[in-house]
Design a protein around this ligand. Structure first.
Ligand code: SP5
Ligand code: ZN
Length: 344
């Protein structure tokens, strides 16, 4: 399978995140992509460097002011105080409900809150370069699929599916799956389906396309009544306006095992087949794995082979984009299982 990777991912290497008030090492680490790249090479893949500039597509899926903030954020943080190079910025105030989100504060931490959904998405010195290269990899993968490739895998981190039109969150900054989807639309696909199999609901992707009838979004995920991101991903979210009926959420309880998970996959695939898409984007989170340290489904490593096979049966030109998955040592083999199952 053709694979694009992100040669700059290691520049996004924050040291810690917060969990219940404590600093803990980041679950979303450079080692994740290193393991996937090693397994892909062992499987026989050569990894392509991005060859498309995603800038025009980025402007179609994210707001201009958010992109401008993200690009300059680390420099602005450094300018705040000497020594900030070795400190991680975190937001501490958010414009919820009655508060105003229509103007930019002069205060950097306030702007960080304006453009964040949580305090779980640490910035680092190389974050912008890494996320821009990841978006370029997603756009490159889409261009290959638009040019006739059966399937292309975009191996990148940090992930993207929690990033909305104008905010970061859930370890995500730029929505790579949305970039691939919009790029496919720009290059001739009339309708695109997105299938998000990450353990967490892809709230950012859902929001970017919620009012659009040309993109069908389906997600299988831990029930947001108990799981992150809590505030989106419920079964009654079915799309609005022209997007009415083009959104499918299949929340499953923590503890869900393969048999039940694959029933949900069948429902999602049936709806996608009925939508009549010209292309498919898979948000390939592997945190459904039983060994994942922050998630609570129970898929075994071997289950990722039939997952890939079922995705291939949709018989659509397909971009697969890496999302979550935090059992870093097993991430590579689990990713290869999906791709190997896809190609059988
Ligand atoms: C792309 C993706 O998978 N993002 C996930 C974001 C999850 N953010 C919440 C993390 C909560 C960490 N909980 C630690 C539980 C340890 N037992
Ligand atoms: Zn996830």
């Amino acid at each position: 399978m053709l694979v694009y990777h992100n040669p700059l991912h290691q520049g996004h290497a924050p040291a810690h995140e917060f969990f219940r008030g404590e600093r803990v090492p980041c679950f979303e680490s450079p080692a994740r992509a290193d393991h996937v790249e090693a397994s892909l090479r062992a499987w026989g893949c050569s990894l392509l460097a991005p060859d498309v500039d995603s800038t025009p597509v980025l402007r179609q899926v994210h707001s201009e002011r958010y992109l401008k903030f993200l690009e300059g954020a680390w420099q602005q943080w450094l300018a705040l105080a000497p020594g900030n190079a070795s400190v991680q910025p975190f937001p501490s105030v958010w414009p919820v409900r009655t508060l105003r989100s229509d103007f930019e504060s002069d205060n950097f931490i306030a702007r960080l809150g304006l453009y964040s959904m949580d305090n779980g998405t640490p910035l680092a010195s190389g974050t912008w370069a890494a996320v821009k290269a990841g978006a370029d990899a997603a756009a490159s993968a889409a261009a290959r699929v638009a040019g006739g490739a059966r399937a292309v895998f975009c191996c990148t981190r940090p992930p993207g599916h929690h990033a909305g039109p104008d905010f970061m969150g859930g370890y995500c900054f730029i929505n790579n799956a949305a970039v691939a989807t919009q790029a496919l639309r720009n290059q001739g696909a009339s309708r695109v389906a997105v299938l998000d199999v990450d353990y967490h609901h892809g709230n950012g992707t859902q929001s970017i396309f919620y009012h659009r009838g040309d993109v069908f979004f389906a997600s299988i995920h831990g029930d947001p009544r108990t799981e992150y991101p809590f505030f989106l991903g419920h079964a009654d979210e079915t799309g609005e306006g022209e997007g009415s009926g083009c959104n499918l959420n299949l929340p499953l309880p923590a503890g869900t095992t393969a048999a039940v998970w694959f029933e949900a996959l069948e429902r999602a695939c049936t709806r996608i087949a009925g939508f009549g898409a010209d292309a498919l984007v898979v948000s390939l989170g592997l945190d459904t794995y039983e060994g994942d340290p922050i998630s609570r489904f129970a898929l075994a490593s071997a289950d990722f082979c039939p997952m890939g096979a079922r995705l291939a049966q949709l018989n659509l030109p397909t971009v697969l984009v890496l999302e979550g998955g935090y059992a870093a040592a097993e991430l590579g083999i689990n990713a290869v299982h999906v791709l190997d199952g896809f190609e059988q």
